[in-house]
Ligand binder design. Structure first.
Ligand SMILES: C=C(CC[C@@H](C)[C@H]1CC[C@H]2C3=CC[C@H]4[C@H](C)[C@@H](O)CC[C@]4(C)[C@H]3CC[C@]12C)C(C)C
Ligand SMILES: C[S@@+](CC[C@H](N)C(=O)[O-])C[C@H]1O[C@@H](n2cnc3c(N)ncnc32)[C@H](O)[C@@H]1O
Length: 361
C-alpha cells in the first residue's frame, strides 16, 4: 500500500469514526436532539459560563434560600436560568419527559414513562372536552401523552421561554397542536382566571417552589370547584435523618444540581395541600414496592455519561457547544450520583403522588 492510499484510508476511517461518535452515539434517547445541536436555551453563547456561575453560587446553599425573603423571590429567575442551561442536555440524554417513572420488569423506559403519565390522566378523570392544566410542563412529553390518551385539551405553563418553543414545536410535529397549548409564566402567579380548569396536574415540578402551599393555592384558584389535581412530588422519606452527614450531603447534592430551594418531607405534603384548601383524596409513594428501583435508569447510563462527557468536551473545545457546557454537564453527572444514592438509601423519592379535590363549596 503506498503512502497516499494509506493516508486516504486513515482519513476515511477517522471521518467515519467521528461521524459514528457524534451522530450515532451522540444522538438523543428519543430522536430529535443531537449533541451538535446543544444550545443553552435563550442564553447567548458568550453568557453561558457567567449564567452557570451565577446559578451555582445561588443554589450552593439551598436551605439558606428559604431563610431569606429576598432570595426566595429570586428563585423563579434562577430556575429559569437552570432550564436554559439543562433543557437541551435533558432532551439529548433523557428524552422529552423530564421525570422519573416506576420501574417494572420487562417494561422499557419509554413505556414506563408513558404509563406513569397516562396514570395522571386516569387519576384526574381527564376526558374529551375537558380543559386540563399542566403545571411546570417542560418540553411537553407528559402533555402529549396525556392529551393523546384522554383526548382532553391540555394547557402547559413553564417559566422557561425556550421550553415553550420546544414544546410547541414538538406538539406540532406530533399532530397535537390543536389539543395542546403552552404558555410562558410563573406558576406562583398564573395568567388564568379563577375557576378555569376541569383538572390539573404537576409532574416533578412544584419542588421548584420555595413554599409548596403557595403553588398549591395558585393551582386551587384556577381550578373549577369539584375538579381533581394530582402531583408527583420530590420529597425526603422517613428514612432521612438530618443528623446523618451522608444523608445531608446526598439531599443537598440533589437540591444543588436540580435547582431546588429545599426539599419537603413526605409527611408534610397532605397538610400543605389541606392548608391550600384542597381535600386530599389519596396519597401514595409510586416508587414503593412492587415498583423496582427507579434509579437504575440513572445508573445504567454511566457509560453513556462518560461518552457524553467526552463528546461535550470535544464539541466545546471546537466551539460547537458554548463555553460552560462542560461545567453544566459535570453538574448533571454529579446530581445523577446523588439521586442514585438517594434512591439506594431510601431517603428520597421523586414519585410521592398526592391526589386532591377542590371542594364544591
Ligand atoms: C425533575 C427534575 C429532573 C429529573 C430528571 C429528568 C433529571 C435529573 C438528573 C438529570 C440527568 C443527569 C445526568 C445527565 C447525564 C450526565 C447526561 O450525559 C445526559 C442527561 C442526564 C442523564 C440528565 C437527564 C435528566 C435527569 C435524569 C428536577 C430538575 C426537579
Ligand atoms: C423537571 S421539569 C418537569 C417538566 C414536566 N412536568 C415533565 O415531567 O416533563 C420542571 C418544570 O417546572 C417548571 N417550573 C419550575 N418553576 C416554575 C415556575 N415558578 N413557574 C412555572 N414553571 C416552573 C420548569 O420550567 C420545568 O418545565
Amino acid at each position: 500500500m503506498d503512502a497516499i492510499t494509506l493516508m486516504v484510508t486513515a482519513a476515511t476511517v477517522a471521518v467515519g469514526l467521528f461521524y459514528w461518535f457524534v451522530w450515532v452515539m451522540g444522538s438523543a434517547e428519543q430522536k430529535g436532539k443531537r449533541a451538535v445541536d446543544l444550545k443553552m436555551g435563550t442564553i447567548s453563547r458568550d453568557k453561558v459560563e457567567d449564567n452557570y456561575n451565577q446559578y451555582w453560587s445561588f443554589f450552593r446553599k439551598p436551605k439558606e434560600i428559604n431563610n431569606s425573603n429576598s432570595d426566595e423571590k429570586k428563585v423563579p429567575a434562577f430556575v429559569d436560568t437552570f432550564y436554559n442551561l439543562v433543557t437541551d442536555i435533558y432532551e439529548w440524554g433523557w428524552g422529552q419527559s423530564f421525570h422519573f417513572s416506576p420501574s417494572f420488569p420487562g417494561i422499557s423506559h419509554r413505556d414506563s414513562t408513558r404509563l406513569h403519565e397516562e396514570h395522571v390522566a386516569d387519576l384526574i378523570g381527564a376526558k374529551k372536552g375537558m380543559k386540563i392544566i399542566d403545571v411546570g410542563c417542560g418540553v411537553g412529553g407528559p402533555m402529549r401523552a396525556i392529551a393523546a390518551h384522554s383526548t382532553a385539551n391540555v394547557v402547559g405553563i413553564t417559566i422557561n421561554e425556550y421550553q415553550v418553543g420546544r414544546a410547541k414545536a414538538h406538539n406540532k410535529k406530533a399532530g397535537l397542536d390543536s389539543t395542546c397549548d403552552v404558555v410562558c409564566g410563573n406558576f406562583l402567579e398564573m395568567p388564568f382566571e379563577n375557576n378555569t380548569f376541569d383538572g390539573a396536574y404537576s409532574i416533578e415540578a412544584t419542588c421548584h417552589a420555595p413554599k409548596l402551599e403557595d403553588v398549591y393555592r395558585e393551582i386551587y384558584r384556577v381550578m373549577k370547584p369539584g375538579a381533581l389535581y394530582v402531583s408527583y412530588e420530590w420529597v425526603t422519606t422517613d428514612k432521612y435523618h438530618d443528623d446523618n452527614p451522608e444523608h445531608v450531603e446526598v439531599i443537598q447534592g440533589i437540591e444543588r444540581g436540580d435547582a431546588l430551594p429545599g426539599l419537603r418531607r413526605q409527611d408534610e405534603i397532605a397538610e400543605l395541600a389541606t392548608k391550600a384548601g384542597f381535600e386530599v383524596v389519596e396519597e401514595k409513594d409510586l416508587a414503593s414496592p412492587p415498583a423496582g428501583a427507579w434509579w437504575t435508569r440513572l445508573k445504567m447510563g454511566r457509560l453513556a455519561y462518560w461518552r457524553n462527557h467526552l463528546l461535550v468536551m470535544v464539541l466545546t473545545f471546537f466551539g460547537v457547544a458554548p463555553k460552560g457546557t462542560v461545567e453544566v454537564h459535570e453538574m448533571l453527572f454529579d446530581t445523577a450520583a446523588h439521586l442514585s444514592r438517594g434512591g439506594e438509601t431510601g431517603i428520597f423519592t421523586p414519585m410521592h403522588m398526592i391526589l386532591c379535590r377542590k371542594p364544591i363549596t
